[in-house]
Design a protein around this ligand. Structure first.
Ligand code: TYM
Length: 328
């Protein structure tokens, strides 16, 4: 079983990234051969500052390692270090339709009304994402719910490639967690927690101080009721139930039973405390790891060497199947 996932080095990583994705990456190390990649090339598709990009890439690397990724047990690397991703992206464009890319929710959201002005990179973003996974012939892709459409597209691309050029690529499956696949914004619980949302009050960063975390949870938007249970109009409480269930490794039902007699205020404090406890060891490890950029570069280098062995073999097969370059 080969597992692949990628994460952007933009902004500060939040609780949605941790619960929806990073926790599944860590678990994947025990279930199969994990490959995890920081997608710096994807981050160039929106306005960005080059110095910032490097710094955020190190931040993200240190977070992933602090969360439990072990470069000796998985292939941990930076996308921009493995050229095969960009070559495969181009080759896959031949089996990707313009119409499909134009229907991608994330493109529509990010481009907004500025479709003529946004970079072509943003439009081709999902093809590069498909190349990331297909280059490794990965079977499974752990992601949050918001990546569902991108995974569907990469499956279509792999199927189309195989039927046009012969069986070459593996059609991957998504792995979306049962609890915590879509952590919502604490101030606006009908919207997902997102790096790009305005204001930080609704978003818990994995590196936030305990006092800040407590304050954000205490001011989380709920409803005028008083029962700690899921239900219509109770998106805020349902989100807190999901967060606590994910952090404690239990089910939302068990959380509802445990807090059946609690008031919202006490429940919010309990969620905050559980999240603070969960993040404390990660934050301590992060500070140590982030201080040594040379060590992070060394980890990237080692990972890229391992990744390239796999990706270059796929590329050789893809080129051969497509009749590109010299005969093998
Ligand atoms: P990115 O960097 O936006 O997010 C990283 C992961 O976090 C998940 N996630 C969430 N999960 C639950 N609740 C939320 N509120 C929440 N917000 C984000 C995302 O689903 C994702 O799994 N396009 C990808 C990066 C990528 C990739 C890949 C992923 C590039 N190549 C190949 C998988 C395979 C992205 O922008 O993730």
């Amino acid at each position: 079983m080969r597992i692949f996932s990628g994460i952007q080095p933009t902004g500060q990583k939040h609780l949605g990234n941790l619960i929806g994705a990073i926790d599944q990456y860590v678990a994947g190390q025990d279930r199969g051969e994990g490959l995890y990649c920081i997608v710096d090339l994807h981050a160039t598709t929106v306005a960005y500052d080059p110095t910032e990009l490097r710094a955020r890439t190190y931040d993200t690397a240190a977070i992933l390692l602090a969360a439990g990724l072990d470069p000796d047990r998985c292939v941990f690397f930076r996308q921009g270090d493995v050229m095969e991703h960009t070559e495969l992206c181009w080759l896959l464009c031949s089996v990707t339709s313009w119409g499909d890319l134009n229907r991608m929710h994330q493109f529509k959201e990010k481009a907004g009304n500025e479709r003529e002005l946004v970079s072509a990179g943003l439009f081709f973003y999902p093809v590069l994402q498909a190349a990331d996974v297909l280059a490794y012939r990965a079977n499974e892709v752990p992601v949050g719910d918001d990546q569902r459409q991108h995974i569907e597209l990469m499956r279509d691309i792999a199927e189309r490639f195989n039927s046009r050029f012969g069986d070459t690529l593996v059609v991957p499956e998504h792995r979306i967690p049962e609890v915590g696949a879509r952590i919502m914004d604490l101030q606006n619980p009908t919207m997902k927690m997102s790096t790009s949302s305005e204001g930080e009050q609704g978003r818990i960063h994995v590196l936030d101080d305990p006092a800040v975390i407590l304050k954000k949870f205490r001011s989380a938007v709920t409803d005028s009721g008083s029962e700690v249970r899921r239900g219509e109009g109770k998106e805020g409480i349902a989100n807190l139930i999901d967060i606590l269930a994910a952090v404690k490794g239990t089910t939302p039902d068990a959380i509802e039973a445990e807090f059946a007699d609690s008031r919202y205020g006490d429940f919010k404090t309990a969620v905050a405390e559980a999240v603070i406890d969960r993040l404390a060891p990660l934050q301590a490890r992060y500070t140590e790891l982030r201080a040594d950029e040379d060590a992070l570069e060394a980890a990237f280098k080692k990972g890229a060497e391992k990744a390239q062995v796999i990706a270059s073999a796929t590329l050789a097969d893809v080129r051969e199947a497509m009749g590109v370059g010299p005969r093998s």
